[in-house]
Design a protein. Structure first.
Ligand code: SF4
Ligand code: SF4
Length: 661
């Protein structure tokens, strides 16, 4: 029997198995809810080129270049493998049928790519064995490392077989394009100098079959393994969210509706596709403040649990039967515990780290929505918060008449339609928190010094609803957002200044869903602008605050890409750039207060604020500079716990106000 007569049925069987496995998995996506991920095709194609083909995020990490080399070699070798398969079925079909001017460069490219892929695999194996980063050294990863080695082994065998086959053909004088294949030609020389020189034909046959069998095994294994991401990662980059990822979709509150997600089919098809796209690289886990401080939340495992749950429950759900494992339940494969779900600070570090643009955090919020809205199951300390928000529209339940108490030392005007340019939206912390009130006064002083036309809503101001939305209490958030939007519209408010990144992101990004496009500016950007335009002039450089360390707020930085403005303000006010923390900008480490965690106890693991304060103290700061009232509270509490009272915490507005004295 000829090689072709054996290979062809094997190939057909492998392709049928591949197609069947893909169908079994991808048909499960049909269980998910509808979601449009095809608007702005131009932008999506650009993002796909940048993140998938350009490997932007992959390259940002050490060893990322190695993955990039393997990825691109793999793409180039699709040519060689396509040729191999065609020739296996139809002998005589070969690149060599094309003119030398086309086939020569193609085989040269394949020859070089084979060597690069082989080197890439050797480096990847060495890294896994010798220089394993912490996040690859967990029980979870160890349990799955066999699969990683198997795939790397497949790739290495394919490359060795490639060189063996082409080297033998060149040695036998059967390769017309030998001049374009320097590495295969080198292999030929080695073969001719070895004992194999006398049995080149059987060796070529062996290499051919090795290549064929490994390729077929690879085709069969791919859709069943985590390396399915080879098929899904590129489309997932195309399908990424073009909205701000912490801006969750609105809910329709109709009687009898289900709210949030308690069963895997309540996720959207894209949420489910994310599960199939995870490369299990561990970058999200490595960036997550909850994981780092010993909480039962690991964003990688959340995505893995959704995938596992879908694979286990999917066939039952497709037949209209009940799921067999819960999505939210006790700790087990395919389930997320409630502690997992409540541990998230919505800092967005996972989303920012993921090389294939998976959106981990929004899935956690969807599960929170179910717990809060369908089951009234939430940590008991949130009960007060929810009641206070509903009744008094602030987290502490303080009377709205006290919203203007911060202004007892200065004259403040109400916002007047047609007369006032900016609404200074004070925010609940700025109005009620004794420490944050100092920041409010400092910012008001700055606005006056720069002759800005501004006014406040006074006791008419309501909470923006940020914590409610991130905690999954969408029902109350929806009510508050509607009330705020109506008030803004009635008063003709279009420009808003905020001192809190949470108010900033909610008014700017979330309220768009309610039909209002406000020009919202956080004070970091406004002050920077005023200083640069010369509209705000400082009377002195602030030197007395010593070594200033700057902490990026997640909701200003990662969620809104504002990194340079606060740094520039500090530099202008003090004459020196701030000292940077190791974890900064889009890799900044959360203070622990986002996602409504500000209002919750932190019983499990190390406190997140202590982790961050410990990091900051390694820089010997005299002052830690922040841009958020939550960060202020978390740092001040952490410094007290660390008995580092000599280190002060200042908002950048206080720094600048000091320079105005
Ligand atoms: S948003 Fe932050 S806390 Fe939540 S899972 Fe992602 S990295 Fe962890
Ligand atoms: S979700 Fe993204 S970052 Fe996390 S392990 Fe998967 S691919 Fe890596």
């Amino acid at each position: 029997m000829t090689d072709q007569a054996i290979f062809t049925p094997l190939l057909i069987a492998a392709l049928i198995f591949f197609a069947w496995s893909c169908y079994k998995r991808f048909s499960l996506l049909g269980l998910g809810q509808a979601e449009d991920r095809f608007q702005r095709i131009d932008l999506r194609i650009w993002d796909m080129l940048l993140y998938a083909f350009g490997q932007k995020r992959v390259m940002a990490k050490p060893f990322g270049i190695n993955h990039c080399i393997i990825f691109w070699s793999f793409l180039i070798l699709l040519i060689a493998n396509g040729e191999f398969i065609l020739a296996g079925v139809l002998p005589g079909v070969s690149l060599r049928l094309l003119s030398d001017g086309i086939s020569g460069p193609l085989v040269l490219l394949c020859d070089l790519a084979s060597l690069l892929a082989l080197i890439g695999v050797i480096i990847a194996v060495s890294r896994r064995l010798l220089f394993k980063p912490d996040y690859l050294d967990t029980a979870y990863v160890k349990g799955r490392s066999f699969e990683g080695f198997l795939i790397l082994g497949f790739i290495a065998l394919l490359m060795l077989a490639y060189f063996g086959l082409h080297g033998a053909e060149i040695a036998m004088g059967e390769e017309p394009l030998a001049g374009y294949m320097p590495l295969s030609a080198f292999t030929a020389k080695l073969l001719l100098a070895s004992p194999l020189a006398s049995s080149l034909a059987p060796f070529a046959s062996f290499a051919w079959w090795l290549h064929a069998l490994v390729l077929l095994a690879f085709i069969c294994f791919l859709p069943l393994s985590k390396h399915m991401h080879i098929l899904t990662a590129i489309p997932n980059c195309f399908l990424q969210s073009l909205d701000k990822p912490n801006t969750q979709p609105r809910e329709e509150f109709k009687k009898g509706e289900q709210f949030g997600v308690a069963e895997v089919s309540q996720f959207t098809w894209k949420d489910l596709f994310d599960g199939f796209s995870c490369t299990e690289c561990g970058r999200c886990q490595n960036a997550c403040p909850a994981t780092a401080t010993g909480k039962p939340l690991n964003p990688r495992q959340v995505i893995h649990a959704i995938k596992t749950n879908l694979l286990a429950n999917g066939p039952y759900l497709q037949r209209g039967e009940k799921p067999v494992i819960p999505l939210i339940g006790e700790e087990s494969e395919g389930s997320n515990t409630e502690d997992t779900i409540w541990s998230c600070t919505t800092c967005g570090a996972c989303i920012a780290a993921c090389p294939v643009m998976i959106e981990q955090m929004p899935k956690i919020i969807k599960m929170r929505r179910h717990l809060v809205e369908m089951e009234s199951k939430f940590p008991e300390e949130l009960l007060n918060l929810f009641e206070n928000m509903e009744q008094r529209s602030n987290p502490w339940g303080i009377a709205p008449s006290e919203r203007t108490k911060w202004s007892s030392t200065m004259e403040v005007k109400p916002f007047e339609q047609g007369k006032t340019e900016y609404l200074f939206y004070i925010g609940c912390a700025g109005a009620f928190d004794s420490r944050a009130k100092h920041v409010t006064v400092a910012l008001a002083t700055i606005l006056n010094a720069a002759n800005i036309s501004w006014g406040i809503l006074g006791k008419e101001e309501k909470c923006c609803g940020d914590s409610l939305r991130r905690l999954g209490n969408e029902y109350v958030f929806d009510k508050m957002a509607k009330e705020n939007v109506q008030l803004f519209k009635e008063k003709g408010i279009t420009k808003v200044i905020t001192q809190c990144p949470h108010c900033f992101t909610t008014l700017k990004n979330d309220y768009k869903q309610y039909g209002i496009e406000l020009q919202v500016i956080h004070h970091a950007e406004l002050i920077d602008q005023l200083l640069k335009e010369g509209k705000l002039k400082l009377n002195k450089q602030v030197k007395e605050l010593g070594n200033i360390v700057f902490h990026d707020s997640c909701y200003l930085g990662r969620h809104n890409d504002i990194y340079e403005a606060p740094r520039s303000v500090i530099e202008t006010a003090t004459g020196n750039a701030p000292t940077e923390l190791e974890r900064k900008k889009d890799n900044s480490f959360c203070c622990g207060a986002g996602g409504g965690r500000m209002w919750m106890e932190e019983f499990i693991g190390e406190r997140i604020n202590l982790n961050r304060v410990t990091e900051a103290l390694t820089k010997n700061p005299d002052t830690i500079c922040v841009t958020c009232p939550y960060c202020m509270t978390m740092f001040e509490d952490g410094l007290k716990d660390k008995q580092a009272g000599q280190t002060k915490v200042r908002d950048i507005a206080e720094l600048v106000a000091e320079g105005l004295r």
